[in-house]
Design a binder for this molecule. Structure first.
Ligand code: GLV
Ligand code: MN
Ligand code: MN
Length: 445
């Protein structure tokens, strides 16, 4: 292989682009001086005016670098550098640019802008790939607006049926100026100029020769161990559920305690049961010689009806996000929870309905890509940690159309999904360099 040497990642350009993207936010500027700086709070929900602005800007960057751009019916954006044999399956990288409310500026964006920078750096070094190279910006990795994460990559993988997906309700509150309440995904994407059948988003198995995603770790291990890079061997299995708890409401003064069927009290029991079963699963795993931290569960959103100070809650809707590196352990927590739910219903006279949103398997990285990453790290003299990803990523679904692996870079304190998320410019540039060298290696094979 004739790798271009020296390969220069333009750290200044890449950081300027990351900072510009962070200005495309629906959060008001932070006035909280107590937050570590920079504390850019980023909210960029899919298909809002802000997201469309970010998409147009990214397309402009890609075109300015001379790359081709294709956008599919869900808005996945494919930035392509044609190889000398365009008939061969391409080698691809990418991630997402949408952000949950009050997020930081690095989650996903490092993988998209880092991918673009890797392609530009290879181009500027005079490299000509045999296989085409692509950087893909995948739509709605975050579940905030339509309730399910990795919308774009799930559709690529063919794990979501087009019609029910198009019927997903828009969860944005009606106060959002970009869209009135009560819309469905189909109307929202069409308003964003994305027409066409969602079936057309699906790609065939082996569409790509390889997929490598660069991402911040979102955990503390690399920083703690003083290591610059993580090579991700697998991604934990995520699942999510929505619960509707129906009780009986009434006057907060007049409805006597023995007569109550309070939906929020039932929800509180359910939430604590989730926490208890998760902790117990970890304790059992630790006794069995496992790490004892691999099961995680979160109730992160809760709506109380009617939500008035002097009204007994009659209905509660809540979400559960549960993940594990071991799918059967995750499923065992759910089984224990189901027993508790039946007991809560009986004891409190409420009805609890569960809606499964997703229950995905874990993802294993490709040994060939892991070997390529390892060779690049060794050649560059870089220490690395082989590790699992506890966060989910689009790579989980890109695995249906490509062998996959991921590169992690450290982030301060392991903090993510918070405004004070931070990775250093040097860490970002180094991750981008390793990505570029790996893409080049894979594009020659
Ligand atoms: C991705 O944002 C995740 O929740 O893991
Ligand atoms: Mn995220
Ligand atoms: Mn992410």
């Amino acid at each position: 292989m004739t790798l271009p040497l020296p390969l220069t990642i333009d750290q200044t350009r890449l950081l300027a682009e990351l900072h510009h993207l962070a200005t495309l936010t629906d959060c008001p500027a932070s006035t909280d001086a107590s937050l570590p700086q920079p504390a850019t709070a980023v909210t960029r929900l899919v298909f809002t005016a802000r997201d469309l602005q970010a998409r147009a800007w990214l397309t402009g960057l890609a075109e300015a670098a001379g790359f081709g751009v294709r956008v599919d019916a869900i808005g996945n954006t494919f930035i392509r550098w044609e190889g000398s044999d365009p008939s061969l399956p391409a080698v691809a990288t990418g991630s997402h640019t949408d952000a949950i409310p009050y997020a930081g500026m690095y989650d996903g964006t490092v993988g998209v802008l880092g991918g673009l920078e890797a392609m530009r750096a290879l181009q500027e070094a005079g490299f000509q790939p045999l296989r085409s190279l692509e950087t893909v910006m995948l739509t709605s990795e975050e579940p905030t607006r339509f309730g399910i994460g990795c919308l774009g990559s799930r559709l690529i993988a063919g794990v979501l049926a087009p019609e029910p997906t198009d019927a997903l309700p828009d969860l944005l509150p009606e106060t959002d100026a970009a869209a009135p309440a009560g819309l469905r995904l189909r109307e929202v994407r069409e308003a964003a100029g994305l027409r066409g059948d969602l079936l057309s988003v699906r790609l065939p198995r082996d569409h790509y020769a390889a997929w490598v995603e660069l991402h911040i770790e979102q955990g503390p291990l690399l920083e703690r161990e003083g290591l610059p890079l993580g090579i991700v061997t697998g991604i934990a299995a995520p699942a999510s559920y929505r619960y509707v708890i129906e009780g009986v409401g009434g006057h907060a003064g007049a409805l006597l305690m023995p007569d109550r069927r309070d939906a929020l009290c039932a929800a509180a029991e359910l939430i604590l049961a989730v926490e208890r079963h998760t902790r117990e699963a970890n304790a059992r795993a630790a006794q069995g010689g496992h790490s004892g931290v691999d099961t995680v569960a979160t109730v992160g959103s809760l709506q109380v009806h009617p939500g008035a100070v002097n009204s007994v809650p009659s209905r509660v809707t809540l979400t559960l996000d549960i993940r594990d590196t071991d799918r059967s352990r995750r499923d065992a927590v759910m089984e224990a929870l189901h027993t508790d739910i039946a007991a809560i219903e009986a004891a409190r006279g409420v009805r609890i309905t569960e809606f499964a949103i997703n229950a995905d398997p874990p993802t294993m990285s490709s040994p060939q890509i892991l070997a390529a990453l390892t060779e690049v790290c060794r050649a560059e003299g870089l220490p690395y940690k082989r590790m699992v990803s506890r966060a989910y990523h689009d790579s989980s679904f890109m695995a249906a159309v490509a062998p996959v692996a991921m590169i992690f870079i450290p982030c301060r304190g392991g903090v993510s999904h918070r405004p004070d998320e931070y990775s250093s410019p040097e860490a970002i540039a180094l991750g981008t360099r390793v990505l570029a060298l790996t893409l080049a290696k894979l594009a020659e094979a």
